[in-house]
Design a binder for this molecule. Structure first.
Ligand code: PMP
Length: 380
């Protein structure tokens, strides 16, 4: 058995959701919305399931979805992808695995930023890569030139960046994008950009991809997910966009990972990506309202809430809130004693964790948020 997997536990998201189901806790742990998602997108996927082919679609994705992704990024982010530069995957998770397996060779050093999405490190290790971890600190979680310099070496081959950042809820600043671009160019490194939260941004902010920085077009893999764009996290339809030199090798990893993705879900995603701007603005406004509702409630209960510019997640700073418990103990207390499931942010660190921050998902109906807040009137 491979030690990368034998030493791993079940992901905290799965474990927390299972516990919430078993105990009846309100689940603000795992990041999924409790709405149905856009009815027209669902209807298109249902129509395609019944009326169109359910045999293997083309390996790199249906032409309709590949074109829709390229068109979508032209309209929404001013990016220019040819259809051949878009490869459809079964969720961003598969895209991450393909990109890491295709681009990392044994002994290559891969720069990762902590807090990190929990799939990254096992995938890098399984590929034989050596992770170089850059710690980010609350409340602003910023990347600095010094922190990058500390992990750089002549074996640096790749950086893996998540923006907007789950769980921090931050977006890369222009300075950080310039810093990362300089770093990649000077080390001749490739950037894998996990941008699944690109549309879930608030307060009029705009997501910008590292691929748009000077010199990065040929050395960046941009990863997206229909699950996050359409609040349909179970769909597992994603994609990776990259210049032909990279796309060719990414496609080879994908052909032996899943080979294809259900064609009706690709049809639904293709339809959805062509929706007018109002859908995206309304979606953001809805989540922003939920963010503000939970933030106001938590503040009212005496918790210090960290700034949140994006994603479905709000973080509480325990130390600043006067809670003399670490994040794991607090999350444990909250689920057992108050009946609310959350995620301790130390779970997003492989070493030297930040231990005073707890993540709550606000992508829930008002009644769910209000019920959680009522339960949280009990404090440890
Ligand atoms: N990357 C990040 C940062 C995520 O938050 C998630 C989902 N929580 C994923 C990747 C996985 O996306 P998908 O469900 O499309 O595989």
């Amino acid at each position: 058995m491979n030690p990368v997997y034998t030493k791993l536990g079940t992901t905290i998201f799965e474990a927390t959701s299972a516990r919430a189901r078993a105990t009846g806790a309100i689940n603000l742990g795992q990041g999924f919305p409790d709405g149905r998602g856009p009815e027209d997108v669902l209807a298109e996927a249902a129509r395609a399931l019944v009326e169109e082919s359910n045999q293997y679609p083309p390996m790199a994705g249906t032409p309709a979805l590949r074109q829709a992704v390229a068109d979508h990024y032209r309209v929404h982010q001013g990016l220019d992808f040819a259809v051949e530069e878009v490869i459809v995957t079964s969720g961003a998770t598969e895209a991450l695995a393909c990109a890491i397996f295709a681009l990392v060779s044994p002994g290559d050093e891969v720069v990762l930023f902590q807090p990190l999405y929990d799939a990254y490190l096992p995938l890098v290790e399984r590929a034989g890569g050596v992770a170089k971890l850059v710690p980010l600190e609350p409340p602003h979680w910023r990347i600095t030139a010094d922190a990058l310099a500390a992990v750089a070496s002549e074996r640096t081959r790749l950086i893996l960046v998540n923006t907007p950042l789950n769980p921090a809820g931050t977006l890369l600043t222009q300075e950080e994008r310039a810093l990362l671009a300089d770093f990649c160019i000077s080390h001749d490194a490739i950037a894998i950009c996990d941008e699944v939260w690109e549309h879930v941004v608030f307060d009029g902010a705009e997501h910008r991809s590292l691929i748009a920085e000077l010199g990065m077009r040929e050395r960046t893999v941009k990863i997206g997910s229909a699950g996050k764009i359409f609040s349909l996290t179970g769909w597992k339809v994603g994609w990776m966009c990259a210049a032909p030199r990279l796309a060719a090798v990414l496609a080879k990893a994908h052909q032996f990972m899943t080979f294809t993705t259900p064609p009706n879900l690709q049809a639904g995603a293709a339809y959805g990506l062509r929706k007018d701007r109002a859908y995206f603005t309304d979606m953001r406004a809805g989540y922003q309202r939920s963010r503000d509702r939970l933030a106001a409630g938590l503040t009212g209960l005496g918790y210090t809430v960290l700034p949140c510019a994006a994603t479905y997640f709000l973080n509480i700073d325990l130390a600043a809130s006067g809670v003399a418990m670490g994040d794991v103990a607090f999350a444990e207390w909250l689920i057992e004693e108050a009946g609310v499931a959350t995620i301790p942010v130390s779970a997003f660190y492989a070493e030297a964790p930040v231990t005073n921050v707890v993540r709550l998902c606000f992508a829930k109906q008002d009644a769910t948020l209000d019920a959680a807040l009522e339960r949280m009137m009990r404090r440890p």
